[in-house]
Each structure stands twice: as structure tokens, then as C-alpha cells.
Design a protein around this ligand. Structure first.
Ligand SMILES: Nc1nc2c(ncn2[C@@H]2O[C@H](COP(=O)(O)OP(=O)(O)OP(=O)(O)O)[C@@H](O)[C@H]2O)c(=O)[nH]1
Length: 674
């Protein structure tokens, strides 16, 4: 299934409706079919009941007809002994009975001159027949059964082959039974019961009764019909036996209105024949009788399927038509996101929920457009402020730049767009320091402080500059809202400040430490509690004044610079060289044992003496006197140490100059605190 159909509202509504349709159709069809089944079954029961009742009624009518004929004949009997019972004498009765006889009340049959003995009744048998005796004793007509061999009918339920129905009518004279007129009838599938045991009702499929039979009131079978085609006689007999068992269980009712049983696939009807109390039985196959329902079911199914398919198509088209504004709305909302259409254009007009949704989205779109407009104006103002700001401005999200102004880009030598997205750390000139600086910024912001710092920043072109960085959070306490950096170029100020700081501790003429700078260095050593042997040299130039005097002050300056260079080049970079004032220099030799210091002092003396300054055709040179004092903890201060070295220099001067003198024990004592 294509992805766009998966979860499609149209599809779901259609399927849902069809499902409801299927269920409703199935339910209605089911109910209708069930009703039809019930109705058909009721109709079938009614028809088969009527069939059996009509059969019983027809049989009853024939019996009454025969009884009435016999009664009429009995009234013509004047002398029973001479009454002619031949069929020729009574053609009407001959049609109705197989035989006619007249007997005296004792059961003796009067011989008829033109007739055979009564059919199948042996002489003397009548006197033993209850039916005959009842007719005599109660003087009433009766129909009773007799086996053709004169023995009583067989046991109940058994078929009676050749049974006879005997109609007995009393012949009265002065209220007494003078004789009995009898009509004998062979019971069989033809004659009296012929059509009663013939095929049952026709439901369009032909006669469908499986079994037809007539029994007496005790269930003895008088006549049995043929089993229906396709039904075995054994099954018929079994079915009838079962029906009779149930009939007996109900008290063997002989009901002219009929009794119906449902027995599995069988419908069994028993209709009573009043008078002889016979019962007409019919059994029907229920499946055959309700067969038209199968046709109905199949037809219903075809109609249901056809209706369902038609409805599906109509429903699909209808829902598609109804939901088309929704698809239009979807396209319109997509267009809203890419801003392809004006906010108040293209909204579908529809009724109901889709119309309401469209109207709501329309108003949302208008509100968004207003907001967008406001934001754009705000952004324009912000951009103009940023563009006009004399400071570099940048918004950062996390540790990356997200928005920078033109000044920030200019300071760093980038195109403004090229800076967006860069990590802030690349802006710092000292890559090793970047993490420390960014950590310090985060630390300050976490404590609610703005960060201010001076750092070297790197231009895209590779040069660097001193910048003052100010960092603060956009919304205090919400680091996720980002931070704002402002940056200004303070290279000039920093350089001036560095120059001032240098000047305070350095000699402008020689570039060496001045007295203040040198004393600070000495103080740091003393305060540092260094245990390494350290020497202090005080160097005073010999006969420097004559150079000034003869060649002028600039020549003296040049000589001083040459001496400074000679001293600086003669010591390690870690040693400190200073000009304490005038023509007086000092050297601090850290980690230098006394012998080494003495040797180095001598070497420095020689370097000074070797320094040459060509000047106006002359070559200028000077000498030097050097005093040396090793640091001793007992001196306690730089000042005393300096004094000791000064004294040694004085000694060197006094001894004739151009010499190195070490601080004597006396001088040391003098230098020590008194
Ligand atoms: N050219 C120049 N001369 C200076 C400067 N500072 C001090 N002087 C001069 O250096 C001289 C120092 O004097 P002295 O130490 O007595 O001169 P000297 O000839 O070396 O004397 P002795 O040490 O006894 O040999 C003075 O003439 C100062 O004017 C300076 O910065 N430049």
C-alpha cells in the first residue's frame, strides 16, 4: 500500500463505513433470513398439519358416509333372516363395502340366498368380537377392526396385513336389537384410505411427504404408504416408530385438529379420525420443505454483495467529494510553511468541521504573519543597531557563534556570514589558552557575573590584536538562551601600557634594567629565599667623564650603550643586567659559585675594556672597576648586599681602578646588621 494511503482518513472512513455496512447488511440479512425461516417453517407446519387434518377429515367423511348408508339400509330390514345381503340387491352399499352381512344378536350370520359368507369372517367369529358385542349391547353403530382370519388385530405398532374394517349397525325393533347389519371393508392402499396415504402437499418440488400411514387408537398400523423416493423403507419405519413412541408418551391423543412434532430433520403430524379413533400419520423431510430458503439465502447473498459493492463505490466517491476540502487545506497549510502564498489567500471554504478547521488555521496564519512581520521589524532594528555599533557584537549558542555584526567581522577579518557557526575558540590567538579562557567565561557566567578580559585575538589573515572581551548571558541564569560577546580592539592601549610599565623599570638609553627594575629583581631573589650561591657585581666605569668632556654627551651615551651591550652579551639570559645611574652598572648572577663569579667579573671587566666606539675619527674606550659580593643570608636585605658590593667596587677604584674586588670580611661585617 502506498505510504500516503497508509492512515488516510478517506480510506479509514470508507473502510469503517463499509465495515458498518457489511455488519448491518449481514445482520439485517441474517434477521430477515431467520424470520423467513421461521415463517416458512410455520407455514410448512401449517400446510402439513392441514394436509394431515384434511386427510383425516376426508377419511372421517367417508366413514360417516358409509355408516349413514348402512344406517339407511338397516331401516329397510324387516326380517333379518330373509334380508338379501347380495350386492345386486344393494348396489349403493356394494360400492362402499367389500361385503355386507346381517347377523342375529348372538353373532350368527344369516345366510343370504344370493351371497357368499361374509368376507373373511369365519362362522361364529362375530360373537367374540368386542365391536360386535358393543353394537348389540349398547345398540349403537360402531366401526371396529378385524383380521381377515378372524383373529383380533396384531400387537400395537405392528403392520396389519389384510385387516378388515367392520361397520356394525343395530337393526332395532321396538327398541331392541333384533339384528346387526354389517359392512366389511378391506383396508389397503386403495379404496377407503387410498388418497389418504398418497402423496402429501406439493411445495413446488413435488410431493414431499416421506411416509403416510393410518393407525388405530392404539397405534396399530392399518395402512402404510410407500416411502418417498430417496428414503429407505427402514428409515421410514424408524421415523414412524419414533414418532409413535413420542405420541404414546403424550397419552396417545387422537386429535382431529392434529398434533405436530419436530423430530430432527423430520416433521411428523398425527391427525385423529373421530369415530373409529384412527390416526392419520404423515412425516415430512424438513430439509426438503425449507429448501426454498436455500435459494432465498443465495439470492440474499448475491443481492447483499451487489448492494455492498455499489454502496462501496458510492461511499468512496461521496467521501472523496466530502473530504476534498481537507486535501486542499493540507496543501494550503504546506504552502503556509514555505511562505509561497499570502497569509489570507487560498483557504478552502467548506461547511462543518473542515470549514471550522480551515477558518481556525486561517486566523492562525494571519496571527503568525503579524508576528512574523513584528519579528522581521525587530530583527531589522536589531541588525541596524548591530551594524551601527562601534563594538564587535556576537550572539553565541553553546560555544559557537550564531550571529555577528559587521564590526566583529571587520575586527576578525572575516565576512560576517563566514563567522556564523564557527566555534568561538578559533578566534583566540593562543590556541593553548582558548580552553582556559572559555572555561573562565563559563565560570563567571555561572556565578551570575559578566566576564571581562583582555586577550589576543586572531585575524583570518593570521595577524593578531589585543581585544577586550565582555561576555554576558542573553537571559541571566538561562545558559541555553545563549550569550552575547562584545569585542573592542585595545591593541594601542595595551601597547602604551606595556611601554609605560617597561619604562618604569628600564633604562631608556641602554635598554637595561634601571635602578628600580634591578632592585625589584634583587628583592624578588631575596624574598624567594633562594639557597643557590648568587653574586652581585657593581660596575663603575673608569674615566668616563673625559669622554663627555672631550667629545660631548652623545659620545658618552654611545659609550654607555656599548658597555651595556658588552655586559649583556657576556652573561646568561637568566642573569640580570642593569644601569643603576650615570656610569654605574650592576649584574646579578644567580646560581653562580664565588670562583665562577670572580672569573666572570674579570671577564666582564675585560669585555668593557675591549668595547670600542668610533667617534669623529677617534676610537673611544673606557675601563671599569668591579665590586663583587656573594649573597649571605646573614645580610638580611638587598640593601646591605648592595652596600657590600658597592664597598668592594670602591675598593677596586681606590686600588687603582681596572680591577675586580670581592667583598672583604670587614666589609661584610659592615654590611651585616649591627
Ligand atoms: N654622556 C653621559 N654622561 C653621563 C650620564 N650620566 C652621567 N654622566 C656623566 O658621567 C660622569 C660620571 O662622573 P665620574 O664617575 O666622576 O667620572 P669618571 O671620569 O668616571 O671618574 P672615575 O670614576 O673616578 O674614574 C659625569 O660627568 C656625568 O655627567 C649620561 O647619561 N650620559
Amino acid at each position: 500500500m502506498p505510504a500516503r494511503w497508509r492512515g488516510s482518513l478517506l480510506l479509514r472512513l470508507t473502510l469503517g463505513s463499509l465495515l458498518v455496512g457489511v455488519l448491518a447488511t449481514a445482520m439485517i440479512s441474517g434477521l430477515l433470513i431467520r424470520d423467513a425461516e421461521r415463517e416458512t417453517e410455520a407455514r410448512v407446519r401449517q400446510v402439513v398439519l392441514q394436509d394431515a387434518v384434511h386427510g383425516a377429515a376426508a377419511l372421517s367423511r367417508r366413514l360417516i358416509e358409509r355408516q349413514q348408508s348402512l344406517q339407511a339400509a338397516a331401516q329397510t330390514v324387516r326380517d333379518p333372516a330373509r334380508w338379501d345381503a347380495s350386492s345386486d340387491a344393494h348396489p349403493g352399499l356394494a360400492v362402499m363395502f367389500d361385503d355386507i352381512f346381517v347377523a342375529d344378536p348372538q353373532g350368527r350370520v344369516f345366510p343370504s340366498p344370493n351371497d357368499d359368507p361374509p368376507l373373511g369372517i369365519p362362522p361364529g367369529a362375530l360373537a367374540r368380537q368386542a365391536g360386535f358385542l358393543t353394537t348389540v349391547q349398547e345398540a349403537r353403530p360402531l366401526i371396529w377392526l378385524l383380521q381377515s382370519d378372524g383373529i383380533s388385530p396384531g400387537r400395537p405398532g405392528a403392520a396389519t396385513a389384510g385387516a378388515l374394517a367392520v361397520f356394525t349397525e343395530p337393526v332395532l325393533r321396538a327398541g331392541h336389537v333384533q339384528a346387526v347389519l354389517g359392512g366389511v371393508l378391506r383396508l389397503g392402499r386403495t379404496g377407503l384410505m387410498g388418497d389418504v396415504v398418497e402423496a402429501g402437499p406439493d411445495f413446488g418440488e413435488g410431493a414431499i411427504s416421506q411416509l403416510l400411514a393410518v393407525t388405530d387408537g392404539q397405534g396399530r398400523r392399518l395402512v402404510e404408504g410407500e416411502a418417498a423416493p430417496g428414503v429407505s423403507p427402514a428409515a421410514s419405519a424408524q421415523c414412524l416408530s419414533e414418532a409413535m413412541r413420542r405420541w404414546r408418551a403424550q397419552g396417545s391423543p387422537v386429535e382431529p385438529a392434529g398434533v405436530v412434532w419436530l423430530d430432527g430433520d423430520q416433521i411428523v403430524v398425527a391427525a385423529g379420525v373421530p369415530g373409529p379413533d384412527w390416526v392419520v400419520w404423515r412425516a415430512y423431510s424438513r430439509a426438503v420443505m425449507v429448501a426454498p430458503l436455500d435459494v432465498l439465502r443465495e439470492r440474499s447473498l448475491r443481492w447483499a454483495l451487489g448492494t455492498w459493492a455499489g454502496l462501496s463505490l458510492v461511499l468512496l466517491l461521496y467521501l472523496g467529494w466530502q473530504l476534498s476540502p481537507l486535501a486542499k487545506l493540507e496543501r494550503r497549510v504546506v504552502a503556509l510553511l514555505d511562505g509561497a502564498q499570502a497569509a489570507d489567500e487560498g483557504w478552502p471554504i467548506a461547511r462543518g468541521e473542515i470549514g471550522a478547521l480551515s477558518a481556525t488555521l486561517h486566523s492562525v496564519a494571519l496571527a503568525l504573519a503579524d508576528k512574523d512581520n513584528e519579528n522581521r521589524q525587530l530583527l531589522e532594528r536589531l541588525e541596524s543597531v548591530m551594524a551601527a555599533a562601534p563594538l564587535g557584537l556576537a550572539f553565541l549558542r553553546g560555544d559557537r557563534l550564531s550571529l555577528v555584526n559587521a564590526e566583529m567581522a571587520r575586527l576578525l577579518g572575516y565576512e560576517p556570514r563566514a563567522l556564523s557557526g564557527l566555534p568561538a575558540r578559533v578566534l583566540l590567538a593562543d590556541a593553548g589558552e582558548a580552553d582556559r579562557v572559555l572555561g573562565a567565561i563559563q565560570g563567571a557566567l555561572r556565578t551570575g557575573q559578566a566576564y571581562v578580559g583582555e586577550h589576543r585575538f586572531l585575524r583570518l589573515q593570521g595577524s593578531s590584536f589585543w581585544g577586550q572581551l565582555h561576555a554576558s548571558e542573553v537571559r541571566p541564569g538561562e545558559p541555553e538562551a545563549g550569550m552575547v560577546w562584545t569585542l573592542s580592539d585595545i591593541t594601542t592601549q595595551v601597547q602604551s601600557r606595556h611601554q609605560l610599565e617597561w619604562s618604569a623599570t628600564h633604562d631608556a638609553l641602554t635598554g637595561l634594567l634601571n635602578r628600580r627594575g634591578f632592585e625589584e629583581r634583587m628583592a624578588r631573589f631575596v624574598e624567594g629565599r633562594q639557597r643557590r650561591p648568587t653574586a652581585l657585581l657593581i660596575i663603575d666605569l673608569d674615566h668616563f667623564k673625559p669622554i663627555n668632556d672631550s667629545e660631548g654627551h652623545p659620545a658618552g651615551d654611545a659609550m654607555l650603550q656599548a658597555v651595556a651591550a658588552a655586559l649583556s652579551e657576556g652573561v646568561r639570559a637568566s642573569d640580570a643586567v642593569g644601569r643603576l645611574g650615570g656610569d654605574e652598572f650592576a649584574v646579578l648572577l644567580e646560581g653562580c659559585p664565588p670562583q665562577w663569579a670572580q672569573r666572570l667579573a674579570q671577564k666582564l671587566l675585560e669585555r668593557v675594556q675591549a668595547a670600542r666606539v668610533p667617534w669623529n675619527g677617534r676610537v673611544l674606550q673606557v675601563g671599569a672597576s668591579i665590586g663583587l659580593a656573594m649573597w649571605d643570608e646573614r645580610m638580611g636585605s638587598a640593601q646591605r648586599w648592595n652596600h657590600a658590593a658597592d664597598q668592594a667596587c670602591y675598593e677596586a677604584k681606590r686600588s687603582g681602578r681596572a680591577a675586580v674586588r670581592c667583598s672583604s670580611a670587614e666589609a661584610l661585617d659592615e654590611a651585616l646588621p649591627g
